[in-house]
Design a binder for this molecule. Structure first.
Ligand SMILES: Nc1nc2c(ncn2[C@@H]2O[C@H](COP(=O)(O)OP(=O)(O)OP(=O)(O)O)[C@@H](O)[C@H]2O)c(=O)[nH]1
Length: 361
């Protein structure tokens, strides 16, 4: 049996099995097995030269956004309208054979937008240029899932491809830790009521040959989420649904699409301002004002960082040697316990903070 056939057989068995408390255990085991086979499939695709190198797209700007969608939904047209890039637009599929980067400046932030070759079904398993496309998506800060009014049902395929490639959209990393131990079996502790029972947790871990570990659960999770934690190679990325070519249907028809989809026409430039604002909002930028030691803070030109940025991230942006030479930093603002608090590289900053970094001379 090929790996694909094995996966199919397991999926069939899951579908066939009634879901209840008695079968939970069994399903958990099947899901773990399937997740492992899918990873094998990806590894196999990579070893066949299906894009081990990936694209070497140089990151630039304050954040990177990828345009993900099937061929001909209008990605090239959109990047041309949003940025300074010039991507070839064709009335036939696969015009975008390579990654086209563009830069969009919006409210002081420089946002890199990457137009990727259209995703195709089976991309996660290495079909088309799937692996390469996926390696770029995994490294981005926001995904725009582009669909058009004629093929909205492709959304399910897009979601599945991203999921199979280990990309979790609009999800947080589960608040669960697994610490391997040398003996004592699998010990589960939880601060919340868990829907999956402890036996199922042990079975799933067993599938991954983890027989001794401390599992600490601080949030109720599904079997699939537990597998994600075990695998530890998932990426969690926010995504926005974009519906293109709305100029081709009437208003009534548009009501059929989900409310949260941003409805645009790239070609006619409809609603592009709303899209830009949405991109900006989702990236959660914060402003950090730098204050040289013994001098005034520069309140004119803040440094644009992503939410959750640490003092160390600011160091990295300023100079390649700053982190190594770092002595301490002082911070004023919402993240500081008191004005001028002395902090280290791991300190998380807040929007509007003023920061002084002291390095070795
Ligand atoms: N009517 C209409 N046509 C559009 C719109 N956006 C794009 N198109 C057309 O759709 C076709 C495909 O557009 P592209 O921008 O090349 O699509 P793509 O997603 O980059 O396609 P690939 O490069 O094949 O991946 C072109 O003929 C565009 O002119 C739109 O908002 N309205």
């Amino acid at each position: 049996m090929t790996i694909e056939e094995e996966i199919k057989a397991i999926q069939d068995e899951i579908d066939k099995t009634q879901k209840n408390k008695a079968t939970e255990h069994h399903i958990g085991r099947l899901k773990a097995k399937m997740a492992r086979l899918k990873d094998d499939l990806i590894k196999q695709a990579m070893s066949k030269g299906g894009g081990t190198g990936g694209y070497s797209v140089k990151k630039s700007g304050d954040a990177t956004v990828t345009l993900v969608g099937f061929p001909s939904v209008g990605k090239s047209t959109l990047i041309n309208k949003l940025t300074d890039a010039r991507s070839e637009v064709g009335a036939y599929e696969f015009t975008t054979l390579d990654v086209v980067p563009g830069s969009m400046e919006y409210r002081d932030a420089k946002i890199q937008i990457l137009d990727l070759p259209g995703l195709v079904k089976g991309a996660a398993a290495g079909k088309g240029r799937g692996r390469e496309v996926i390696s770029v998506i995994r490294g981005c800060d926001l995904i725009l899932m582009i669909l058009d009014v004629f093929n909205f049902d492709h959304i399910a395929v897009l979601e599945k491809e991203l999921y199979d490639a280990g990309i979790r959209i609009n999800q947080r990393k589960p608040d669960v830790t697994i610490t391997r131990t040398l003996k004592g079996g699998v010990v589960v502790t939880s601060t919340v009521d868990t829907t999956i029972d402890h036996e199922t947790i042990k079975t799933i871990l067993g599938e991954y040959k983890i027989h001794n570990a401390l599992v600490n659960i601080r949030e109720d999770i599904t079997a699939d989420q537990l597998i994600d934690v075990v695998r530890d190679n998932r990426v969690y990325i926010p995504a926005v649904l974009v519906l293109n070519k709305i100029d081709l249907v009437d208003k009534e028809h548009l009501k059929k699409f989900p409310k949260d989809a941003i409805k645009i026409s790239a070609d006619r430039e409809l609603n592009l301002d709303v899209l830009k604002e949405t991109i900006y909002d989702h990236l959660g930028f914060i402003n950090i004002y730098l204050k040289p030691q013994g001098d005034k803070a520069d309140l004119e030109e803040p440094m644009i960082m992503r939410g959750g940025a640490t003092v160390g991230d600011v160091c990295d942006r300023l100079h390649k040697d700053f982190r190594r030479k770092f002595r301490y930093a002082k911070v004023w603002g919402d993240s500081a316990k008191h004005a001028g608090q002395r902090v280290g590289v791991d300190h998380t900053l807040c929007d509007g903070d003023i920061l002084t970094i002291i390095i070795q001379k």
